[in-house]
Design a protein around this ligand. Sequence first.
Ligand code: NAP
Length: 251
Amino acid sequence: MSVFGDLTGKKALITGGGRGIGRAIALEFAAAGADVAINYVGSAEEAQDTAAECEKLGVQAFIISADVSKADEVAAMFEQALAQLGRIDILVNNAGITRDALLLRLSDDDYDNVLAVNLRGAFLCMRQAAKLMLKQRSGRIISLSSVVALRGNAGQVNYAASKAGLIGMTKSLARELAGRGVTVNALAPGFIQTAMTDAIPEAAKTQMLAGIPAGRLGQPEDVAAAAHFLASDAAAYITGQVLRVDGGMAM
Ligand code: NAP
């Protein structure tokens, strides 16, 4: 039995759920008994592997290809998820990209693409999910923001804007849906060991580590545990919040 309670019978859709933090969330939810739809855009094999690992935990798991920045693909993804799962109780907006550069070198495309995936993608998914959850009068929407939204980060003007935007979106939607049994929250991870942070040069990593009171980098499972809590019945009275999972980095 999991610490935060059972998710048996719950149906979850996790964007970018095939690898990194999304994969850890899919596995955490599956271990708690939830059936999962795992979205991916490029990594079909990783998504398939994650689904197979979830199935080993005794739940149903499906993969769905969709670029979350495209409205038609998001609509089709929700149709497919509904056809396979019957309902959606939990949406995790996890899909995200970085295209880092100092402002003076930041191209229009790199600005637009990061905003399109990280912010528009979440908006498109939230709109689909809200429609279903309003009818159900229950649901959980959890979005992956970042400590960078709270503190800023040189070289990430585009990424920080997208992640700060997610916080405003989360709080606004939380107000819209609170009376209907739907909670909307954000997670703000610090420095979590995944492919996204593997790309950071060693010297910069060492410097970042010095700013983490916990004295270690975070693991995807650290974030997944927080997502599980927010998805659980135990978090029914928590909405519009930003939960930092950062070893004390941004307190
Ligand atoms: P990651 O390892 O780079 O994985 C990114 C995921 O997003 C992949 O599953 C990828 O799918 C998916 N994705 C990217 N573009 C997509 C699109 N257009 N449509 C659908 N899926 C798309 O990143 P991560 O470290 O696990 O990060 C997950 C989330 O946490 C992101 O939102 C990130 O910003 C946030 N976060 C991460 C950290 C950290 O330190 N790692 C810190 C704070 C916040 P494919 O593999 O199919 O391309």
